[in-house]
Each structure stands twice: as C-alpha cells, then as structure tokens.
Design a binder for this molecule. Structure first.
Ligand code: PEP
Length: 252
C-alpha cells in the first residue's frame, strides 16, 4: 500500500518570535511539495503567531492534557490547541515519558482526547539502549504501542505512530535500516491487530537523528511513512531537503 508521507518537525523547547521566519520559509517550501504532508510541532507560545505567519500550513503542539479543562497548572487542553490554530499534536514523546513520568495509560488518554477534539496525533514509542542491548526492543516497543493506542478511535486516519529509539534522539546515532524495517513491520502488525484494515493505512514515522544525508535511505525502508524530526527541523536549510527526499518516490 502506498501511503502519503508525513514529515513533522518537533521544535521541543526551542524558538521565539525571531524564529517565525524559519516557519514561513518551511511553509513556502512545503507548498512546493504537495505530494508530502508537512507539519511543525512548535512550542505552545508560537502556535498562534506561526499560524498567522503561515496560513494553511499545519502547525502542531508537542503535548496535550487528557482532561478537557481544570486545575492542571501549566498544561494545555486539546480545545486550547485547536483554538490557537493547531491541527495536530505529538503525544508520548520519550522526553515526556522520562521527564514527566508519563505512562502508557496517560499517553492513551491524551491521544483519545486529542482525536476526539479533531486533532491529528503523532503517538511516539521507542526503546532505550539497555532494552535494545538485551535483545528485547521489538517486544518492548510492541507492548508499549499496544498499551498506548487509543481504543476505538472514531477516525484512525488522523493517528500516526512515530518509532523513535531513545538512543537515537538527538545523538547523531541512527537505527540501521534492518532494525528500522524489523520494528516498523512489527508495529504494522500491532496496528492491524488493533484496528483491522484501518491499521494498514496508518502512517508509521521513524524518528531519531534524521537528516538530509540519511533521509532517502530511511524512507526506502518498507513501512516507513515519513519522519519525526527534531534538531534538523529548526531551520529551513536543514528541514526542506528532508521534505524533498520524502517527495521523491523513485524506486531504489
Ligand atoms: C525528536 O525529538 O523527536 C527527534 C527525533 O529528535 P532528533 O531528530 O534531534 O533526533
């Protein structure tokens, strides 16, 4: 099955108003590649202004609370994201699973709330280097996905998975194409087990030190339907070549 690729940038805790020029440059370049879906998941403080600066371009959040509203200081609801102009959000990034001790149950609840609010969701899973060294990566990440997946989402097409080995995030280390292929095939199996035919159509992104220099090789791996990109999404100069690589469907 040919799936439309998604390239999403995750700016993490980077970017102020001075960076809005990068957003508009990336949005302009993305418009030249309408064969690829492109999004930037920005700090919440930039979502509204980025939406104004780059009309029609997909802006996302990096997290969402599972409650609709209430006494949750510092948190952001799905309605707030939508109201600010976001059309998607990341949930379950490993930095939040680690730093904020988010559990699989939290991630599932966040994904369900975001989908119900009409947002697209990029749900992240991935193993530590210790788990991979023990030879348990596929079993660990499969179980993590099973426990994090929303139950009976009304629209599974808005849900994408990002496989991000923790040891590859921001380190310059990239999983090998054999490891990526093995993991994505296993995750595809879990999605089909959970959602049937809809699981076949869902996108599975790879994330972890994706750059222009390795993107083409990664996108050629079966069941890799795009990328979640951290450091290389911060500037148009680094990000646009990754978008271009995703748009190139030349058989390899
Ligand atoms: C990420 O934060 O999701 C990520 C993949 O980061 P980087 O591309 O910098 O490894």
């Amino acid at each position: 099955m040919v799936r439309r690729r998604l390239i999403a940038g995750n700016w993490k805790m980077n970017g102020t108003a001075a960076a809005l020029g990068e957003v508009t440059s990336i949005a302009l370049a993305a418009a030249q590649h309408d064969e690829v879906d492109v999004a930037l998941c920005l700090p919440a403080t930039l979502i509204g202004r980025a939406g104004d600066a780059a009309r029609g371009f997909a802006i996302g959040g990096q997290d969402v609370h599972y409650a609709d509203k209430g006494a949750h200081t510092g948190c952001i609801s799905a309605l707030m994201l939508v109201n600010a102009g976001a059309s998607l959000t990341i949930v379950g990034h490993s930095e939040r699973r680690q730093d904020q001790q988010e559990s699989d149950e939290d991630v599932r609840a966040k994904a369900e709330t975001a989908l119900a609010a009409g947002l697209g969701v990029i749900l992240c899973v991935g193993e530590s280097d210790a788990v991979r060294e023990r030879g348990e990566a596929v079993a660990h990440v499969s179980a993590q996905l099973d426990a994090s997946l929303p139950k009976a989402p009304s629209d599974a097409s808005r849900l994408s998975i990002a496989y991000e080995p923790i040891w590859a995030i921001g380190t310059g280390k990239v999983a090998g194409v054999i490891e990526i292929g093995e993991m994505h095939a296993a995750l595809r199996g879990r999605l089909i087990a959970a959602y049937g035919e809809a699981g076949q159509a869902m996108r599975i992104l790879y994330g972890g030190s994706v750059k222009a220099s390795n993107a083409t090789e990664i996108f050629a791996v079966p069941d890799v339907d795009g990328a979640l990109v951290g450091g290389a999404s911060l500037t148009a100069a680094d990000f646009v070549p990754i978008i271009a690589a995703a748009g190139d469907r030349t058989p390899r």
